[in-house]
Structures are given as C-alpha cells and as structure tokens.
Design a protein around this ligand. Structure first.
Ligand SMILES: [Zn+2]
Length: 418
C-alpha cells in the first residue's frame, strides 16, 4: 500500500475537494493533497497552494465541464483510487480522523523553500489552478515517471548535467552502504517539459482515467490549452510541476495500474532549480537522494508499518528517512561529507519541513527535520574506526527510541501581556 514517498508534503491546501458541483466528491475534504507523494516517498511535503475560499467562476466551470464531459462518470473515484494507491493523496477518511497532532505545541514557520514554491504560482488564474488541481495535472509528471520512466530513455527522463553526477554517485554509494538489496532501484528524473509533450500527457491520462487513444488525445489538447492560458505556467514548464523527488515501490500494490512497476528513485528538475535558488545545489541534492534511498531501505525492511496513523505515521517515516539519509552522507563509508557539507544537507531538510499538521502528508516541521538530520550526522561521526555501518534494523531501533525527543513540543510559552 505504500508506493510513493516524496521528499516533502506538497499540498494543495484549502482545497476542499468537494467543489465540483453535481459531481460525487471523490476524496472527502482535505487541506493537503500532496502534489508529489505516493508509495512514492517524496522528499518534501506536498506543495501548499492556498485555494481557500476560491471557487471556479462560471467561465472556469464551463471549461472544466468541457474537459470532464468525455471522462468516465467515475473519474473522480478513479483519480482518488490511484492517488491513494500511489500514496499521493492524504485524504482518505481514516487518515483524516487520525488527526492528533496539536499545532499549538509546535514552533513552525515558512522557510525560504516554501516562499520559493509559493512564488512559482504568483499571478496564476485561480480558475486555471483549480482545474489543474481537480484533474490532478500537478501530478502528471509524477505518474508519467512511475508509468513510463526508464533510465535508458535519457531524452525524457535524463537528469540535468548539473545534477547527474551527484545523483548517480549518491545512488550507487547508497546501494553499497546499506545492508539491504537496493540494486534494483532505477534512477531517473522528472523533466520540466513533460507536460509540453501532447502524447505523454495523453498516455498518462489514458491510464489514469481509462480512456481510449482518441479521447485521451482530445483531453490532452484541452489540458494543454489550460497550461498555455496562464503565462506563469509557461505551457507546463513551470518548475512547480516537478518540485519534488520521490522513491517508488509497487511492492504489495493492489491497484492494477501500478503492479509490476520496478522500484524507482525519481529526482525532479524543479527541485534542482529550487536547490540552486537556495544555494544548496548538488550537496543538498545528495541529501535528498540519501533520504529517498532510505525510503527504499524502509520498503525492504518493512519499516512503514507502525501503530501510528495519519500525520504521525508519515512524520515518523519521513524523519527516519532524514536521519538515515544524513547518517549515510555523513558516514565514512557513505559519502563521508565534511562539516560544511553536512550543514548544507541539514539546512536542506530544514527548508522542506512543513506545518501541515492535519495532513497525512505531514513530513515534520522544519525544526524536527533539522533535528532528525543532525542526529543522524552525529551518530555517523561518532562511529569509531574501523567505521562499521550499523545494520539498518539496529539503526531503526535507535531511531524509534529517539523519535519522541525529535517530536517533543517546542512551542515557546505564550508571553503574557506585560
Ligand atoms: Zn520522504
């Protein structure tokens, strides 16, 4: 049931999905629809786009109706099912109910990363954004990579020259480092031009909605019209669509569209752009890959299972991936990073923290992600010669003991007026 684990909780926020008049509501109200998460374990929590209060204008509604007219009647249920299977969505009722984190106990704040992500949609028409959200277009590059991505197809799934060396080197080092078999993990990129390719959009929609080729082609035309509508979307090249990284495993998957797909580690071109913007570049990217490969360790070790649910469950596995990933990049037998590099990696985890306490996509606050990362680094650096690598299950035992400390309330007491 765990397919995609993204780097961060990309959340389209405030989107009470209840909004399509006359249509069954597929996924009950959620505030956070991870843009890039599934049993694909992403690096960042889903992007939060505040749609609170916005509804479609009559013209926007007409546009949406024209697009959905040719979709099967149960298109929302189909999307919800795939999202759930791919762990892209966080909105299933049982997850919502398990909403036990008290936000007032935590210090939480936007980071430069959050601000950068928000700035990418400055000036967009809310009609266009809502249509893209309803039809899950923000996740098409993710689905495309899951369904069709092949490491050998570098034209469509190749990493940019800037990140290629860092990413591939880090994957190989992680495969050697961990005591589980990660050699079957395929490495690839989500590129910013995916949505500009009519045939790829059509192929993705054909699978998601169960469309024949002719209908999928017409639908892709309509989606591309929307993408060309708002200049800020740049025809789909806006980095927002690939602003994440994720680990994917189809292990135990019951949704037929995902069965048999190999394990993947996907790095988004937009995330690379964001890391550049933050001055974290390839060192930050190595931390990201360390995190995603740690999700593959979790897949292999069965570490996603816990008594926790909802936001608490995701927070645990994400902080674990931050800790394991930093342990790996800091360890002499991993990437053996120096103090300056480690500081950048720790900063990267801080940046992608989120305050989506009520979302099952919650990855941990910036402070918590930083603490988890620092803990992993310190553990690695305290390893005496000959620098043995701790078995992953033993590292997990240590982490589970540390977890209550990582998530302990850190809000400053409210200052009384005086
Ligand atoms: Zn993750």
């Amino acid at each position: 049931m765990r397919r995609r684990t993204p780097l961060f909780a990309a959340a389209v926020v405030g989107m009470a999905v209840a909004m399509i008049p006359g249509q069954a509501v597929a996924s009950s109200a959620t505030t956070a629809a991870p843009v890039n998460a599934s049993a694909a374990v992403g690096f960042v929590a889903p992007l939060r786009v505040n749609l609170g209060g916005h509804t479609l204008s009559p013209a926007g509604q007409a546009k949406l109706d024209a697009i959905t007219a040719k979709l099967p009647a149960d298109w929302q249920q189909r999307l919800a099912r795939h999202r759930d299977a791919a762990d892209i969505d966080s909105s299933t009722p049982d997850r919502i109910v398990a909403n036990v984190i008290d936000p007032t106990q935590y210090q939480c704040q936007d980071t430069q990363f959050t601000e950068y992500a928000n700035s990418l949609l400055d000036g967009i028409s809310f009609d266009d954004l809502l249509i893209l959200v309803f039809l899950d277009v923000l996740d098409y590059p993710t689905y495309d990579a899951i369904f069709f991505g092949k490491p050998g197809n570098t034209e469509d799934y190749g990493l940019t020259p800037e990140y290629k060396g860092a990413v591939t080197h880090t994957v190989k080092a992680a495969q050697k480092f961990w005591d589980v078999d990660l050699f079957d993990v395929q490495t690839m990129a989500m590129q910013n031009d995916m949505l500009t390719d009519h045939d790829r959009v059509a192929a993705t929609m054909a699978i998601l909605f169960g469309l024949d080729d002719a209908t999928a082609s017409e639908e892709a035309d309509l989606i591309q019209e929307v993408l060309n509508d708002s200049p800020v979307l740049d025809g789909g090249r806006n980095p927002i669509f690939t602003l994440n990284a994720f680990a994917f495993s189809a292990e135990g998957e019951t949704d037929p569209v995902f069965q048999g797909i190999p394990d993947k580690m996907v790095f988004g071109e937009g995330l690379g752009t964001a890391l550049d913007h933050l001055g974290l570049g390839t060192t930050g990217a190595k931390g990201v890959i360390g995190h995603e490969m740690s999700h593959h360790v979790q897949f292999e070790d069965g570490l996603f299972d816990s008594p926790l649910a909802g936001a608490e469950a995701t927070r645990r596995t994400e902080l674990m991936a931050d800790a394991f990933g930093t342990y790996f990049v800091a360890h002499k037998r991993g990437l053996a990073m120096n103090a300056v590099q480690l500081h950048q990696v720790e900063q990267a985890f801080y940046e992608v923290g989120d305050c989506q306490f009520s979302s099952a996509g919650h990855h941990g606050t910036p402070n918590q992600r930083l603490k988890a990362s620092v803990w992993g680094a310190e553990l690695a650096r305290a390893t005496p010669p000959p620098f043995p690598v701790m078995p992953s299950l033993q590292l997990d035992t240590k982490f589970e003991k540390k977890l209550p400390n990582l998530v302990k309330p850190d809000a400053k007491p409210a200052t009384s007026a005086a």
